[in-house]
Design a protein around this ligand. Sequence first.
Ligand code: DAH
Length: 347
Amino acid sequence: MQDVEPIVARAFAEFACSADAAQLENAKARFLGKSGELTALLKSLAALAPAERKSAGALVNAAKERIEAALAARREAIASAGLEARLAEEALDVTLPGRRRGRGGIHPLIRSWQRVEAIFRSIGFDVADGPEIETDWYNFTALNNPENHPARSMQDTFYVDVSDEHGQPLLLRTHTSPMQVRYARMWVERFRDAAQVPPIKVIVPGRCYRVDSDATHSPMFHQVEGLWIDENISFADLKGVYTDFLRRFFESDDLAVRFRPSFFPFTEPSAEIDVAFQSGPLEGKWLEISGAGQVHPDVVRNFGLDAEHYIGFAFGSGIERLTMLRYGINDLRLFFDGDLRFLKQFS
Ligand code: DAH
């Protein structure tokens, strides 16, 4: 019979240089398959004499077992090498910092808006909001704006092509002041059957629109309206409330506040409120921050109230202006460019 040792040696060598499972299975077929070398040898045993067959058979079987053992070992080695390779490839460094989902932040103007709300809520003001598409009546007429007032011109105001259901011209509100009238009328209606109308004490932050665009004006901007009406709310209350608001908003007691005579059709007397910081880059400079005044009796009547008994103040402040001063921002357009390098500084 043919010597088995060279076959075993070749099988070992071929298994050893099989790089993957497919090569290994091919090698196996060459030795152990139907027409494999060792199989042929086993078949050839049949031709031997019985006495010889026994010892030869034992030899071939022993060789077969060694080949099978080598095959199994190589299979395992290939499999674990594959696993190692996959593990290495998919390795995760669990000590790396996690990748966080990008977190949004609150826009600086909205921060101011929220700040203004919190301060006024803390002294008992309600917070309301109202339509940005407004009627000509609420935006102008009810606020004592004369028919021929320049603010009504197409150059200053965005008019809307359609009218409301009463044929009233519609426009994008140019200030938050129309909400004085809407809120007061709603309030008066609500307490129509009461012996007395409780004080009206509200702020209305919101968006306003004007045909205006440069470093200090944007066609869309934010104001906050304030209104306090009762039987004897005076200009002195306005001074107290507003000065206190400014000190809290800017977190500084070191502010000078000035009420400078001015004109608005819906207040009498009217004032511009100016503020001056006592330190910092704007030190000593008077900066206009708000319009204000004692609500005009004609407007009180448009609220649905008796102007002989109800009196109070109103103000309208620019939220952009408050924010620019608080953070030292010098160009209003930065608020609306959407540049993350700017916005991220506030989150
Ligand atoms: N509505 C005015 C404006 O835009 C600001 C204003 C002035 C509001 C005086 C008031 C006020 O309530 O009393 O420009």
